[in-house]
Design a protein around this ligand. Structure first.
Ligand code: NAP
Length: 263
């Protein structure tokens, strides 16, 4: 899985979204993240189709929404997602939240069926706490590939990163720019100034140093390009340590249906 992807939540004007995806792929992105709940799978598919990049070179991920997590609904709505995206298979299908109709046995057996059929190339979960992940791993026949969670310098997810390493799955960082808050941090902006780059790039480079894949959402070409440039930014051990030392816990995404442990 390419360690930098394009997030698309709230890029929900269809023409704009398709254009962003096309621009990003032509610029060099090879990983796109969407979800049933974003209402833009068709636009994402249009962007992929319009870009001059072979389908097999793009890592495409989507997510099954909470109300669609009953066994048969997973099968039916995954098929609809594929139709909307205009693809025969997705590279990664996530359970969006351990919430709503999520029922570990019923939901995950449907994910296993899709994996067996080859309709989904990898099984993922999102917003799972370690105990949810361990339960899912016990139930699934397919390997658990990834857990997508909020992660950035103000929510470094030390426990989940250690858990992912111990259990052999990938951690994918959503809201990797803390939804814009990284630009307000003196530590990040000072390091950015020293390198002549943006604080967005510093946050993304820090995540990469931690072995975490990041999927920043960007709409216009400038932000799309700026985030891609983070792949060329190396932070020193001292800079990584300064970011590690930021003493702050700031969760940006915390809906009522999130895990109890977040309360
Ligand atoms: P984010 O990526 O942390 O921040 C996005 C914001 O930063 C947008 O306002 C964007 O503006 C701006 N931005 C992006 N690049 C920039 C740059 N280089 N300079 C200045 N501003 C920049 O937040 P996010 O959208 O919450 O998270 C990213 C993706 O993660 C989502 O799009 C989605 O795919 C996924 N996600 C998943 C979950 C989940 O439950 N699994 C939850 C939240 C998000 P513009 O749009 O104007 O470029």
């Amino acid at each position: 899985m390419p360690m930098l992807g394009l997030g698309t939540w709230q890029n929900d004007d269809a023409d704009q979204c398709a254009e962003t995806v096309e621009t990003a792929l032509e610029m060099g992105y090879r990983h796109v993240d969407t979800a049933q709940a974003y209402g833009n799978e068709a636009a994402v598919g249009d962007g992929i189709a319009a870009a001059g990049v072979a389908r097999e070179d793009v890592f495409l991920a989507t997510k099954v929404w909470n109300s669609n997590l009953a066994h048969d609904d997973v099968l039916e709505t995954a098929e609809r997602s594929l139709d909307d995206l205009g693809v025969d298979a997705v590279d990664l299908l996530y359970v969006h939240w351990p919430a709503g109709e999520y029922d570990p046995e019923g939901t995950l057996s449907a994910f296993d069926e899709l994996y067996e059929q080859g309709t989904i190339r990898n099984v993922g979960v999102s917003n799972f706490e370690p105990h949810h992940v361990e339960e899912a791993m016990e139930i699934l026949d397919a390997p658990l590939f990834a857990n997508q969670v909020e992660c950035h310098p103000f929510l470094p997810q030390d426990e989940l990163r250690a858990h992912a390493e111990e259990h052999g799955y990938e951690l994918v960082a959503y809201s990797p720019l803390a939804r814009g808050e990284v630009f307000e941090s003196d530590v990040l902006t000072d390091i950015a100034d020293d390198h002549g780059v943006s604080a967005a790039q510093v946050s993304l480079a820090w995540l990469r140093e931690k072995g975490v894949t990041a999927i920043p959402k960007a709409t216009g070409e400038d932000h799309v390009a700026d985030n891609l440039a983070s792949t060329a930014l190396s932070l020193s051990d001292e800079e990584v340590a300064r970011i590690d030392d930021i003493d702050r816990t700031d969760r940006r995404i915390d809906p009522d249906f999130g895990p109890d442990a977040w309360d």
